[in-house]
Design a protein around this ligand. Structure first.
Ligand SMILES: [Cu+2]
Length: 129
């Protein structure tokens, strides 16, 4: 596998949205020391008790998810029916938590389990292709 292909992707890595190309098996990073790799999904939670987007997208395989608190209330992020994913928690403004899930293609639901938040609409779709 050639690492050099990656360089071309860096420019667009902020919007790794639906580039379901020929990427076969990602996630088999043998010694990637690129420093801070950007997460595949960045979800922001705010005081309006919602995520910043109604849907997020990523490519199947190892998906790194980042939860950012852009409000001042605590929030969490779980993936419905994906028990292997460690819950992300952010308590104060500017807090960031990250985790990785191994996901197959499909549509998942992410939500916040802080009491009352999901009921207020704090959930979103995660589309894996
Ligand atoms: Cu919340």
């Amino acid at each position: 596998m050639r690492r050099s292909v990656r360089a071309g992707l860096v420019a667009v890595s902020m919007s790794t949205v639906v580039i379901a190309g020929c990427g076969g098996s990602s996630g088999s990073d043998s010694g990637s020391t690129d420093g801070a790799t950007p997460p595949d999904v960045v979800a922001k939670g705010d005081d309006a008790l919602k995520f910043d987007q109604a849907r997020y997208a990523a490519t199947a395989g190892s998906v790194e998810i980042e939860l950012v608190n852009s409000g001042s209330q605590p929030h969490s992020l779980l993936i419905e029916k994906v028990s292997g994913f460690k819950k992300l928690s952010v308590s104060g403004k500017g807090d960031i938590d990250r985790g990785t899930a191994t996901l197959e293609p499909g549509t998942y639901t992410i939500y916040c389990d802080v009491v009352g938040h999901r009921g207020a609409g704090m959930e979103a779709k995660l589309i894996i292709s």
